[in-house]
Design a protein around this ligand. Sequence first.
Ligand code: DAK
Length: 267
Amino acid sequence: MGVLADLRPPDRPMTVLLEREEPIAVIRLNRPEALNALSNQLMSELVGALENLDDDEAVRCIVLAGDDKAFASGADIGDLSNPTHLELYFGGRIDKWDAIRSVRTPIVAAVSGYCLGGGCELAMACDLIVASETAQFGQPETNLGVLPGAGGTQRLTRAIGKSKAMDVILTGRFLSAREAEAAGLVARVVAAEAWLDEAKRVAQAIAAKSPIGVRLAKESVNQAFETNLRAGLEAERKAFHLALSSEDAQEGMKAFLEKRKPEIKGK
Ligand code: DAK
């Protein structure tokens, strides 16, 4: 198991671990004693790892995982309580979430156990969610007198619709993996022992394709969240033309016609 950028204070253990299995990489959230609560240190290390991997051409897809018990139980409530207005404004918390949104490499969230609050928001900021049948999703911030603050009211509502999102956010109840899958939040649910392997399989399948087509597809799907249909279709058309002009696209079509496997170069 390797370790990427070491951003921690000298006396603190890494809260994020990196396993490289090129062409994929697996980032493991590593605060088991706090159910992987997203401390400020963890968020800094996570963003550092994601940005490094995003710049690394050898890595074509990233898996973001917790452990069996928790993907992440939310923002670290200790870090979240009693900040000053100045800390909130200048502390860079929101910047970290924006940085995650800017990652172009596809990210598969691999979720087992608790996936709550900021943890659920983090999973939703990834591109798709593979879940263990033990996973529980929720936005229990209203129990604390606040509300989701890192995209939960927006992304959850787009994923599962208004009525169910209101149910989850206003009552604080958890969705089981199966319910989350039926509602459209989760792409695949697998047996408890298979969640990480399945997420890696999904990542390998993505990583086998041209990174140009994949990144442009990610960008285009995200447009569906951020703009109207007409503008989204325009963006898709431009992305398609861009992809079509790549060497990988020419090779992909030639290989199909010649009944052989394409040689993907990422160009
Ligand atoms: N923060 C800090 N510590 C946590 C934690 C959390 N979110 N969740 C669990 N822990 C700690 C517990 O305090 C406990 O520590 P010790 O007592 O052993 O020292 C340890 O993890 C094990 O937890 P439990 O003993 O409670 O374990 P249980 O199995 O009994 O219960 C639980 C599991 C997940 C149901 C429970 O721990 C729980 O309810 N946790 C809190 C869940 C929660 O409320 N999550 C939402 C937090 S608020 C924003 C960005 C993000 C956010 C907001 C703004 N901006 C950029 C503006 C996000 C906000 C949130 O996520």
